[in-house]
Design a protein around this ligand. Structure first.
Ligand code: GRF
Length: 188
């Protein structure tokens, strides 16, 4: 089973997935929408093809996603894992990959959807936040939840300290959940 990771930023979750041992899929492709994203440099050491696709160079979202879709189909990609990909998935990719796109979000959904979930949790003063892994639908962080894990918010936490605590969980939970979903499939 071939899989692609989509990332826009630092790529620590992408790295955790690519480096995970014994996953039931081969991550062969990184798709990145930001030509300057640090994940691109990181991926140079991963033995994964990097596809940088800048939406600004396409007339519209459909054309942008069609370019990605063509690449995915060329490589016979069956699963997409979003790892800090800061863009809503449109109908072109959703239709082609129904129930085969997974995302990770740094809150206990349905709380704190969208951008800066960690800042939202801090501003709300919650004592517990967490990490959610879910299937992607056309909404913003609204698809079926697959896995969640709580992360305590501690007194004095900053965005940085809470994000670090979240990421420790993310880097374990994302590969675990991918393993669970892909092995569950054949058994149903
Ligand atoms: C993660 O915290 C993830 O939950 C969110 O975006 C962040 C990406 O971080 N969707 P990284 O680029 O994987 O380090």
């Amino acid at each position: 089973i071939a899989a692609a990771v989509f990332a826009s930023g630092s790529g620590s979750n992408a790295e955790a997935i690519v480096q995970a041992s014994a996953l039931p899929c081969a991550v062969c492709l990184l798709v990145c929408d930001k030509p300057e994203a640090p994940v691109i440099q990181k991926a140079a050491g991963w033995n994964v093809e990097v596809f940088v696709c800048d939406p600004k160079t396409f007339p519209d979202k459909q054309a942008y996603e069609q370019a990605i879709l063509t690449k995915l189909q060329d490589m016979q990609i069956e699963w997409i894992f979003l790892a800090g990909y800061m863009r809503l998935i449109g109908s072109t990719l959703l239709d082609a990959f129904a129930n085969r796109i997974i995302n990770i979000h740094p809150s206990l959904l349905p709380a704190f959807t969208g951008k800066d979930a960690i800042g939202q949790a801090l501003a709300a003063g919650v004592k517990v936040s967490g990490v959610t892994i879910h299937f992607v639908d056309s909404g913003m962080d609204t698809g079926t939840i697959i896995a969640q894990e709580a992360v305590p918010v501690q007194p004095g936490d900053t965005h940085h300290t809470l994000h670090q605590r979240m990421q420790q969980i993310e880097h374990r939970l994302y590969p675990e959940t991918i393993h669970y979903i892909l092995t569950r499939e054949g058994k149903e």
